[in-house]
Design a protein around this ligand. Structure first.
Ligand code: FBP
Length: 332
């Protein structure tokens, strides 16, 4: 990389600082928090990228709170995020897909600001077979209406529209971070040679339409009638189907190319499979910032009031006109 082009790059930290003047969340504390996320995901990326030669593939033999077999890389990613975000003094609570309880880092009386929720390594069924996986995160402001003796968990149980920021990192042919603080969706590509996430696309907009649906059709017989009639109509209209089985990777494709992602309620997952707080809400925040929609089939995902940390939700998200089409079939 020649030094001349270095002057033209914008790193994610610079981008946040440039946004600083325009946004209430843009305090030094927030960009410091995000630097914890970028550091952690660079470390995770280095493990994922060399997984075949490091002893990080396979399972630990344990089962997580979701009842899933835990992968070694799940734990490596989880510990890395806990460590990097735990150092950020304004982070009071951390919530992870891999841990049943929230990690309360600061006293309720303390002067901390943020709750960070994350899925350390999304797409765990694809980890060992070298298919794209990712990290998903959501940032909430602490609640100021909670009594000090109330369970701190309640700081995390806030509806998605309260998110200050959300994002993901997809570990694929290149490593890309996409995030939003409510001022549009911006993408950064990791440049290993300088160890920095460099701005690659600003104000990403999801196409209004896209003749591609993304769903695990193996379960179609257990979907509700509305979903089945939508999928039949899509097939009649010559739609294509793409499904990687890693939410972060399927979402990334839809954000760039349009289409719709569906994970409805099924017989084996009557409340859907995906987790509201650290999978559905951050992706809903991003898709809405990019001009798309996200529902649970009945209501806007980000209006749902969470009742528990690891609750699941049906999810339909993507291009505005595609999600509206699905919803039309669900109400008819
Ligand atoms: P985790 O891997 O973080 O548990 O996420 C769940 C997930 O793998 C999503 O990434 C993906 O969209 C979905 O489950 C795939 O589920 P299925 O194998 O039932 O299609």
């Amino acid at each position: 990389m020649n030094l001349d082009s270095l002057s033209q790059i914008t790193t994610v930290q610079q981008h946040i600082l440039e946004q600083q003047g325009t946004h209430p969340t843009a305090t030094g504390a927030f960009s410091w928090l995000l630097s914890g996320m970028t550091l952690a995901t660079k470390i995770i990326e280095s493990q994922v990228r060399r997984a075949g030669v490091l002893d990080v593939l396979g399972e630990t033999g344990d089962e997580n709170v979701q009842g899933e077999q835990v992968k070694k890389l799940d734990i490596i990613a989880n510990n890395t995020l806990m460590r990097c975000l735990g150092y950020r003094e304004d982070v009071g609570i951390l919530v992870s897909e891999e841990e049943e309880e929230p990690r309360v880092l600061k006293a309720p009386t303390g002067d901390w600001k943020y709750v960070v929720l994350f899925d350390p390594l999304d797409g765990s069924s694809n980890i060992d077979v070298n298919v794209n996986v990712g990290t998903i995160f959501s940032v909430l402001q602490r609640r100021h209406d909670l009594a000090y003796d109330q369970d701190q968990l309640h700081h995390a149980l806030q509806p998605g529209y309260k998110q200050l920021a959300a994002g993901y990192v997809v570990y694929g042919s290149s490593t890309v971070m996409a995030y939003s603080t409510g001022e549009g969706v911006h993408m950064f590509t990791l440049m290993p040679e300088i160890g920095a996430y460099v701005l690659s696309q600003e104000h990403v907009k999801v196409p209004d339409e896209g003749k591609t649906y993304s769903v695990n059709e193996a379960y179609v017989k257990t979907f509700g009638d509305g979903y089945q009639t939508y999928l039949n109509q899509a097939k009649d209209e010559g739609y294509s189907q793409r499904y990687i089985g890693s939410l972060v990777a399927d979402f990334h494709r839809i954000l760039l190319r349009g289409g719709v992602f569906l994970y409805p309620e099924t017989k084996q997952s009557p409340n859907g499979k995906l987790r509201l707080l650290y999978e559905a809400n951050p992706m809903a925040f991003l898709i809405e910032q990019a001009g798309g929609l996200a529902t649970d089939g009945k209501m806007r995902v980000m209006d749902k009031m969470p009742q528990s940390l690891h609750e699941r939700t049906p999810l339909v998200l993507g291009s505005k006109k595609e999600v509206e089409k699905v919803q039309k079939h669900l109400v008819d």
